[in-house]
Design a protein around this ligand. Structure first.
Ligand SMILES: [Zn+2]
Length: 73
């Protein structure tokens, strides 16, 4: 398996930005030169969606891209 995106390899399909709280696909981060497509935060501020979801089990497995999710809801 595997993907052709190193970002997706390390973060999974969706990435949550700890600066603005928005979630985008790994592909969208890559398209924005490995920055948050919403606020331009660097990859250092990226967290795997799965990690956010573990803190908030009610969050969907597949988030709505471009939506803001609180770290703790
Ligand atoms: Zn952001």
């Amino acid at each position: 398996m595997g993907t052709d995106s190193p970002l997706e390899e390390s973060f999974g399909k969706y990435i949550w930005c700890e600066l603005c709280g928005h979630v985008y696909s790994a592909a969208a981060w890559v398209a924005a030169d490995n920055t948050c497509p919403n606020c331009g935060a660097s990859i250092a501020n990226a967290r795997p969606w799965e990690e956010i979801r573990q803190l908030n089990p009610q969050y969907p497995v597949t988030p709505v891209e471009g939506t803001e999710y609180a770290l703790y809801s």
